[in-house]
Design a protein around this ligand. Structure first.
Ligand SMILES: NC(=O)c1ccc[n+]([C@@H]2O[C@H](COP(=O)([O-])OP(=O)(O)OC[C@H]3O[C@@H](n4cnc5c(N)ncnc54)[C@H](O)[C@@H]3O)[C@@H](O)[C@H]2O)c1
Length: 374
């Protein structure tokens, strides 16, 4: 039985999934600075003997836990992950992984040294529709994928304050220039490019016209060049006044393409096998291809969980990674690569769209190689 402690109230998104695995995992402790949040959590988890902590270090020291789910604000992620790893706990950590490049190196070093599981909780990668597209990519329906787009357009301005005070989102999402919250958009698209990695990025913005006095530009567009020479375009926009389109994706291959709707309609696919003739491609609903959805997503196990069930499957993979003692697919290297796009995009946009090299986090790098190259 894997015993789990959660830090940060958003971690309650894992409760349903863990309750659905009563033989494998249980939540035994919860930590939050806010006592009200602790009481809400206790009611949501429905466990009389749930151990409650306000100080994170106390939970790590006193609670009998094997793993922590870190769901605190972004700037807490690396310090709390390292503290947990050094205390011998496995970690599943919310997005984004870190708020500085140095933190990314510390995180990797600590994961490697500890031998513990680190899972990056990029739940959008687990949305069943995303998994369906990934399956179609693997089966070759689109031919060779050479271009992708991901967008996160979510007006978060109403969330910038916390209990009437300037909250963490004001600093780390809307107060920091660049694509500071990129991985919901990048993760699902990058999964369509197999093991390709991002080697350089350049970010551009239309400037700052919002009425809130926020430091970030109204939006940032980032171009990501992959090692293969292929291209991914990313828009992160947490300020513009427009309806949510939190998960807009597009991929283009040599035999067809896929696109979600920014306007709330259904996702569509156009393949050469459905084309009337060369050059006359037609859109068909992605749901016409539902039979290719991987079996686990057909089971309905994730029904009711957030992000179309994604919040269930990600926990299932975390538990499985611990049980099999194998780093998950969303490992610390992917966490670092995708998060570094945010950190380097800040440098790019503040340097007039300068191209920034993305380090290869997957290999052992020397101190010199870790230097950010301007
Ligand atoms: N994956 C997703 O879909 C998704 C959605 C929303 C938020 N997030 C991520 O989840 C994290 C939390 O976001 P949120 O919207 O719930 O934030 P929030 O500000 O609403 O809640 C954060 C909670 O953490 C607690 N907290 C802060 N510092 C703490 C500390 N040092 N020790 C213990 N508790 C502490 C706060 O009291 C609060 O209850 C962020 O990293 C965010 O990026 C992910």
């Amino acid at each position: 039985m894997i015993k789990i402690g959660i830090v940060g109230a958003r971690g309650l998104s894992v409760v349903g999934a863990i309750k659905a695995m009563p033989d494998d995992a249980e939540i035994v402790a919860m930590c939050d600075l806010d006592e009200g949040a602790l009481e809400t959590a206790k009611a949501a988890i429905g466990k009389e003997d749930l151990q409650l902590y306000r100080i994170y270090g106390d939970m790590l020291e006193k609670a009998d836990i094997d793993a922590v789910v870190i769901s605190t604000p972004m700037q807490c992620h690396v310090p709390q992950a390292i503290e947990a790893l050094q205390a011998g706990k496995h970690v599943m950590c919310e997005v984004t992984a870190a708020v500085s490049m140095d933190e990314l190196w510390w995180l990797i070093e600590n994961v490697e040294k500890s031998g513990k599981i680190y899972m990056y909780a990029e739940n959008y990668c687990y949305i069943p529709e995303v998994q369906l597209v990934r399956q179609l990519v693997k089966k070759g329906f689109f031919g060779e994928i050479y271009y992708g787009e991901g967008e996160y357009t979510h007006d978060c301005t109403s969330l910038r304050n916390w209990h009437g005070k300037t909250g963490w989102r004001s600093y780390w999402q809307m107060g920091t220039r660049g694509s500071f919250y990129p991985t919901h958009s990048l993760g699902p698209v990058m999964q369509c490019f197999d093991d390709d990695r991002i080697v350089s990025i350049a970010s551009f913005s239309p400037g700052n016209h919002n009425p809130y006095g926020l430091r970030n530009d109204d939006l940032t567009q980032t171009m990501c060049q992959l090692a293969s020479g292929k291209l991914v375009k990313l828009r992160v926009d947490t300020i513009s006044p427009r309806p949510h389109a939190m998960a807009y994706y597009q991929i283009q291959g040599t035999k067809g393409c896929f696109e979600t709707s920014r306007l709330g309609g259904q996702s569509m696919i156009a393949l050469d096998t459905d084309a009337e003739r060369q050059g006359c491609y037609v859109w068909k609903p992605l749901s016409d291809y539902n039979e290719y959805l991987p079996e686990r997503y057909k089971s309905g196990a994730g029904e009711g969980a957030g992000h179309g069930g994604g919040d269930y499957y990600i926990v299932a993979d975390f538990i499985n990674a611990i049980k099999t003692n194998t780093q998950p697919e969303l490992n610390v290297y992917k966490a670092a690569e995708w998060t570094s796009v945010a950190l380097l995009s800040q440098l790019s946009v503040t340097n007039g769209g300068r191209v920034m090299e993305v380090p290869n986090f997957r290999k052992n790098m020397s101190w010199e190689e870790k230097r950010i190259k301007l």
